[in-house]
Structure formats: C-alpha cells, structure tokens
Design a protein around this ligand. Structure first.
Ligand SMILES: *Cc1c(COP(=O)(O)O)cnc(C)c1O
Length: 385
C-alpha cells in the first residue's frame, strides 16, 4: 500500500486534482446557436429560452417548464406561486439556497432530519412536523432521487403542497420516471457544477397550469404585459446566451451522465468493502445523476475521522468538499432555527465528504483517489509533531 503524502509519501496528484470541473460546451457552437436571436436584437427570454423549455418539458414528460435565472429564484417563485403562508418543512441537510427560498418569502423554515444512509429527507421525522405546515420542501440530495413517490404520498396525506429542490438532479430517474414530474413543482439548477449547465440558470417543472402561469409572469416582475403587476415578482428571466449554453449542454447530457455513472461504479468497486466507509445509499431502481459522489466516514471502523481524511487527501493533492457542513440549522443566517433536535443531521454533516467526480476525470484518476482513501487511515498512528 502506498504511503499517503500526509505521512511523507509523494502526492498522488502533484499538480492537484480539482473537486469539480464544468463541462462547458464549445463556444463556437454556442455562438452559432445564439446568432439568430442576437441578430434580431433579442437578448433575453426569446426563442432559445422557449426551445429549452419545450425540450426539457418533453424530456421530463411534464406539462410545463419555465426557465429562470437560477434554481434559487425558481424556488422563490415556486413558493410565491403556491401562496404558501406558514412554516415550511424541509431538511437541514441541504444547500442553504433551499432554506433561503423559503425565508425570502417571509416563511419560517421548519428543519427536519435526514437519513444517515441515504442522506435524504427522513420521511418519518417530516411526518411528525407537518402539523400546521404550509408546504413540504424535499431535496434530491447530491442528485439522487429522494423517494419522490413516497414523499408525494406523505404530502397528500398531510394535505400540504410539495416542492422539490432538484438542483442537482436533471437526468435522475426513479424506475422509469424521470425526476421533474413529482409533487406540485420541481426546480433544477443550471449553474456550472450541475449536470446540465447554462452558466447560471434554473428550470421550474410543473404539471399545474396555475403554477406555470404564476412563475412565468413572476420571473418578469409579475407583469403580464400591461404593467399592472399582479404580485411582488422578480426579475428572474433567462438570457438567450444562457439558453444557448444550456441547449448545447443538453446535446451531451446523456453521454455525460453515462460517464458519471461509470466513474461512480468505479468508486463503488474500490470503496464498498472499506471498513467504516459508506457510500451514499441509492434505492434499488433509482438512477442518480452522480453530481456528487459522497461517502460517510465512521471513525470507529475506518480508523480516522472525516476531517483527517480530508487532510490526507488534501496532502495528496485531492480537493474535496464537506457538503453540507455545517447543516443549515447551524448557519449564522438561521440562528433563530438553531436546535439540538437534529442529531442525525449533525452526525451526517460532520461525517460525510464528497470526492471528485466529473466527466473530465479518468478511471485511472478514480483508482488513484480510491488508493489514497484506502491508504489514509495509516495516519491514525502519526506521532504528533
Ligand atoms: C446548487 C444548488 C442550489 C442553488 O442553485 P442556483 O442555481 O445556484 O440557485 C440549490 N439547492 C441545491 C440542493 C443545490 O445543490
């Protein structure tokens, strides 16, 4: 076994291995797509945006898709469209933007637990906290489906609308159903590290005509065209340039997802048998996007903590992210929500780490990361210097 760099071995990646690298489509193709709109003087919210919406709606099998300027803005408009008033139940183990969209609408986030194995919303804890709630916000964590059918059943039973933050989940499936058509509305992100990219952007998918209408005018200040705004909207339009990038990115999405899946299975082969290491558990029949490849570290079995693993990998030149640590209920922005009532969330946040995974990575790169992970516990015996 190799000597980890943290113990004086030579680094596995002397030039460093990036955590993520966006697969930007070729600029000449983007420009060729953009030219007709540009030449007609249409720079935003034009035919390319419409084409993107239609193609994604067809792909997802959804009645409506509305392109917006970000997933965060899409979620903000989704809650505005639902007319929610009252607390919104959501997991704390998520990216801050999930909660921000709730709070920006003046709604109170009611944080609940995640599952220690799947890292997804704990439906039992969610059920316990839905009394008096205005809505349920579920998150497809790391691009893996969060049991959307079961979540729908729970929301239906509780009589609350259901929103999905599917920021990282464009292309994910559960059985033969694509993520995107569940609940009242699902929102995707097109920011640079996500599977489908526009640079910046979001896509709001819904089967409800009323939500489509509200989000569509809401992204344009809630001005339906007569300058008599119907509610407090936003400027959350998508530009033609961003739509052109997204349309080009869409051309290669399935190939990119296939590469991510191949890299993920290589990671799985290399890491599944390591004591004290648990890869994110994926429900049988589910197809994640593998936006992130995330493992949880149990120091008892593995020999070192998550933070020590991060240090060892860093010395080997491997960049990692400890998503989502701290969990949102511990953020300074949410001090009013601070609680010790979320032990599974706290434990998950302090034990997980995401490893590099993106189409530009080779199987050999993955093998080297795997070897570095497997060698890292040797630092347990390191003498304090
Ligand atoms: C990336 C991400 C967002 C934010 O998306 P933007 O398009 O940058 O607003 C929201 N939620 C989750 C879970 C994310 O991963």
């Amino acid at each position: 076994m190799r000597t980890p760099a943290v113990l004086g071995g030579s680094p596995a990646f002397p030039d460093g291995l990036q955590f993520a690298r966006p697969t930007s489509p070729p600029l000449n193709r983007v420009m060729a797509r953009l030219a007709p709109s540009h030449d007609r003087g249409i720079l935003t919210n034009g035919p390319l945006v419409r084409e993107l919406e239609e193609r994604i709606a067809r792909r997802l099998g959804c009645r409506h898709v509305v392109a917006v300027s970000s997933c965060t803005a899409g979620l903000m408009l989704a809650f505005r469209a639902l007319g929610a008033s009252g607390p919104v139940v959501l997991p704390s183990f998520t990216f801050a933007a999930s909660a921000h969209a709730v709070a920006w609408n003046g709604l109170e986030p009611r944080f609940v637990e995640c599952d220690r194995l799947t890292f997804q919303l704990d439906l039992v804890d969610a059920a316990r906290h839905l009394g008096g709630a205005a809505a349920l916000l579920a998150v497809h964590v790391f691009g893996a489906p969060c049991a959307p059918a079961k979540t729908e059943a729970l929301a239906l039973e509780a009589g609350v609308p259901l929103v999905f933050d599917g920021a990282a989940a464009m292309g994910a499936r559960t059985g033969d159903r694509p993520v995107g058509g569940f609940g009242d509305v699902e929102v995707f992100s097109l920011s640079p590290t996500k599977p489908l990219i526009a640079g910046e952007g979001g896509l709001v998918a819904t089967n409800r005509d009323d939500i489509d209408h509200m989000v569509r005018i809401g992204r344009d200040y809630a001005n339906p065209g007569d300058y008599d705004t119907r509610f407090v909207g936003l400027n959350a339009r998508m530009s033609e340039f961003h739509a052109a990038v997204a349309l080009e990115s869409l051309e290669t999405l399935d190939d990119q997802l296939a590469v991510r899946a191949l890299l993920a299975s290589r990671y799985r082969d290399g890491l599944a048998s390591v004591p004290g290491l648990h890869l994110q558990q994926i429900e049988p029949g589910d197809v994640p996007t593998w936006k992130d490849l995330t493992v949880s570290v149990d120091p008892e079995g593995f020999g070192i903590t998550r933070d020590q693993l991060v240090e060892a990998l860093g010395a080997d030149g491997i960049d990692t992210r400890s998503y989502f640590d701290p969990p949102v209920h511990r953020h300074r922005a949410y001090t009013s929500c601070a609680t010790d009532r979320l032990p599974a969330t706290d434990a998950t946040a302090s034990s997980v780490v995401s490893l590099p995974i993106y189409p530009g990575l080779s199987l050999r790169d993955v093998d080297k990361v795997v070897a570095a992970v497997r060698a890292a516990p040797a630092m347990a015996g390191r003498r304090p210097i």
